[in-house]
Design a protein around this ligand. Structure first.
Ligand code: SAH
Ligand code: SF4
Ligand code: F3S
Length: 469
């Protein structure tokens, strides 16, 4: 099996030298080049795009919000479902026009799609206007890819399959001054039978706790109020390190950093969601009482076929314990409808689990076969129309629950972080991550405030500043 590699300071310095060479190239022509990064998929990709922007800025680029007229376009892609890939191919095709109007435009594809051989081959043969492709394992080498393309004009593909690496110290252009993603680990070892992620993001590897803590301290010092720790399965944090620290220990350490902030995390796999984790969440006020705990299916038979390593009862036990130690816990989850061979009775078990748990909100997906995963070749007799019907029914059940739970907020006063604006409203997030709209002055942005909830819909809340503010 291939080994995780830790990228050395010399290797990183060599990449930064490429950045400076590129910067010099543009500077000598007195041009400030523009770069556009388009992000698909999950928070991992959002965080990676911040690193790509960091490297582009280091190379002298200014970031723009459109592909038209950009000197570099980077498509940071997601491979989780077929629909996501189709969108990328459509948008990639449209870039032939922006490139025709701006011939010096260089186009790159990266992210999870770039980890699939058939995608790379398709780009090579059918998308000749794409100048470079690099998989997530090669993100840190983007300056080298960009420099080759700029200075040799050759199409460049950095897509070798690897176990993955850990890189510390890459420049990162954060999207927000209030909220930050912090990757605590990369990759996944779980191989759920439907999922492409372990194939495109490599093996599970954890960052050292000292590096994570230093990054969190620095973020909090710079005014960040809300940190989300990222990993495909944060509960297995540290298993590959020899530090004697598990995820709950790491959370407790971060929660003791001085300052006014909240930490949250995703994603937590139910398989190793421990009582210790929930007790730690309950013990520290700076850990948000919010849990994203994907269940995928309410049927133990389907869960086994998915290779999830827990059954319905074990999942419910974990949720019940978490709720018992955190009565105000906001719970969200992911669910897949129409996994190969899912029967009507098994689907009904998913519905009954949703009704029993009563999630605040759910991310709902119809099974999408991914080439190379075991589930893609499983017998799947259920017609598409039937899957769509199950999906609609599930959404209706959940919307009803979300609406009811949101109504229960009315009259409550909650501490929220005011984080932006939406038309004439300020936007705020409850500790549990629910969106609140309220009227008020923009000077409140960046502060925590007590907000009394006055109205609710299925998706969001409205409120006003509580009297004492
Ligand atoms: N690591 C996270 C999930 C990351 S992918 C976890 O294990 O919980 C986000 C969600 O996409 C998954 O939870 C699953 O619900 C959905 N998903 C993944 N592969 C899928 C597929 N092939 N078809 C449909 N949904 C899928
Ligand atoms: Fe995919 Fe399962 Fe890993 Fe989540 S835990 S990323 S669903 S393989
Ligand atoms: Fe998509 Fe990759 Fe995330 S496949 S969901 S962007 S890990």
């Amino acid at each position: 099996m291939k080994q995780t590699t830790v990228i050395s300071q010399e290797q990183l310095d060599a990449q930064l030298a490429f950045c400076h060479k590129i910067k010099e190239f543009w500077h000598s022509q007195t041009i400030t080049p523009l770069a556009y990064v388009e992000t698909y998929g999950c928070q991992q990709n959002e965080a990676d795009s911040e690193r790509i922007r960091g490297l582009l800025i280091e190379s002298g680029y200014a970031i723009t919000d459109k592909s038209e007229g950009a000197d570099v376009v980077v498509m940071n892609t997601c491979a989780i479902r077929e629909h996501a890939e189709q969108r990328v191919f459509g948008n990639l095709g449209a870039l032939t026009h922006t490139k025709r109007r701006h011939p010096r435009q260089k186009i790159f594809l990266c992210g999870c799609m770039a980890g699939q051989e058939q995608v790379v081959n398709r780009v090579k043969t059918s998308y000749p206007h794409v100048d470079g492709v690099f998989s997530t394992h090669h993100l840190w080498q983007f300056p080298e890819v960009l420099s080759r393309v700029l200075f040799t004009g050759k199409r460049t593909f950095f897509t070798a399959d690897e176990a993955g690496s850990i890189v510390e110290g890459l420049p990162q252009q954060r999207d927000s001054g209030l909220k930050a993603w912090v990757s605590i680990m990369y990759g996944c070892n779980n191989f759920c039978t439907y999922c492409i992620v372990p194939y495109v993001r490599g093996r599970e590897r954890s960052r050292k706790a000292a590096d994570i803590l230093a990054e969190c301290r620095q973020l909090i010092d710079s005014g960040i109020k809300d940190i989300t720790l990222l990993g495909q399965n944060v509960n297995s944090y540290g298993k590959d390190l020899d530090e004697g620290m598990d995820f709950a220990d790491l959370l407790a350490e971060i929660a003791q950093i001085p300052g006014d902030f909240l930490i949250r995390f995703m994603t937590s796999h139910p398989r190793d969601a421990s009582k210790k984790l929930f007790d730690t969440m309950a013990a520290y006020p700076k850990i948000a009482k919010q849990l994203h705990l994907p269940f995928q299916s309410g049927s133990s038979r389907v869960l086994k076929a998915m290779n999830r390593h827990y059954d319905r009862q074990k999942y419910l036990d974990a949720v019940n314990y978490a709720k018992s130690v955190m009565p105000d816990l906001v719970l969200t989850s992911d669910v897949i409808v129409g996994f190969p061979g899912e029967t009507e009775e098994e689907f009904e078990e998913t519905i009954s689990l949703i009704k029993e748990v009563r999630y605040d909100s759910l991310f709902t997906f119809i099974f999408s076969p991914r080439a190379g995963t075991p589930a893609a070749s499983m017998d799947d007799p259920t017609p598409k129309e039937e899957k769509n019907r199950r999906f609609d029914r599930l959404c209706a059940v959940q919307n009803n629950i979300s609406g009811q739970l949101h109504n229960e907020y009315i009259g409550k006063t909650l501490r929220c972080l005011i984080d932006g604006t939406d038309k004439e409203f300020l936007t705020a997030r409850t500790e549990g991550g629910r969106l609140v709209r309220l009227l008020g002055d923009e000077s409140h942005i960046g502060n925590f405030a007590n907000i009394t909830i006055t109205g609710a819909t299925t998706w969001s809340l409205t409120g006003e500043f509580a009297e004492k503010d």
